[in-house]
Design a protein around this ligand. Sequence first.
Ligand code: HEM
Length: 308
Amino acid sequence: MADDGLTIALRLALYLDLAASFGVAIFAVHALGRDERGSMIARRYRLFVGASAAIGSGLSLAGMAVLAKTMSGAQSYGELSIHVFEMIITGTPMGLAWSIRLLALMICVLLSASKLNPTSRFVWLAISSGVALATLAWAGHGAMSDGVRGYLQLASHVAHLWAAGAWVGALLAFLMLALGKPDEADGSLEMLSRTANGFARAGTLIVVTLAASGLINYWLIAGPSLEPLFTTLHGRLLLGKLALFGGMLGLAAANRFRLGPSLEASLATGHRALAAANLRRSLYAEATLAVLVLASVAWLGTLAPKLP
Ligand code: HEM
């Protein structure tokens, strides 16, 4: 596969992996009660965060190899010398961010297997996976400027990545609860109903942060003119992404105002199977759109945002 395609595929895998890892950890801190953080579902969340951190380390090593080949112009990976890696890792901001990511992911793996009390463990898991996710801002347009403008751009991209991660992770956490059988006595549907119906304020904060940081991202990368939105592949992909975002918003609103409340009502009447199936279907659809959004970003982050 040409290096460009491989670069985009690895960017997408890293966005998915690190967004999900951070999102599930922060969901466990936000939505689970202190007693629930030692439950079976919490154990699944913890193992998921640990496993995705390990996978994220592997993806980051592969990403560095592809980057070194692209930057050095080597024809094959066999030609790459230690010196090339040294130059990138110790001599560029992206290399420093990469090193911090590997360290944060290793801490994440150790924490997920640690005997810390469940609440502290999830808080530290959210912090270390959050650091790992934030470092992706140095691998795209987020790091294209210097000085004050550069700091603003990086801060906006980091806020955008954390908000995207919180949304993607919450979807995954809800789906892991929704996969329980309706008559299963482990309380997963009750927990799904409570957390889904209690997610409104966090959901609003995520959407407002995404919209505000997204507008700042655009303004600093391709703006203030809107023309590049129509005249560049970067812009057209961004428009496509915003359409997908609109679809995610619509499904999230349906979950909040219709499907979540009807699951809650069904728990009282006992007819929970249909309500659970409806919410599960909507969560799957929203998660599919989120994957397409991240795929569009994995690609547009490698493109020139303005015509030369
Ligand atoms: C109003 C909604 C949104 C706007 C205006 C927006 C805008 C943007 C812009 C302009 C960029 C920079 C693109 C580049 O690097 O060239 C970006 C990056 C990104 N967006 Fe969004 N976005 C929005 C919603 C979302 C949503 C819903 C998600 C995911 C669920 C998302 C995930 C991302 C990610 C992961 C990046 C890459 C950040 C990086 O690597 O530094 N965005 N967004």
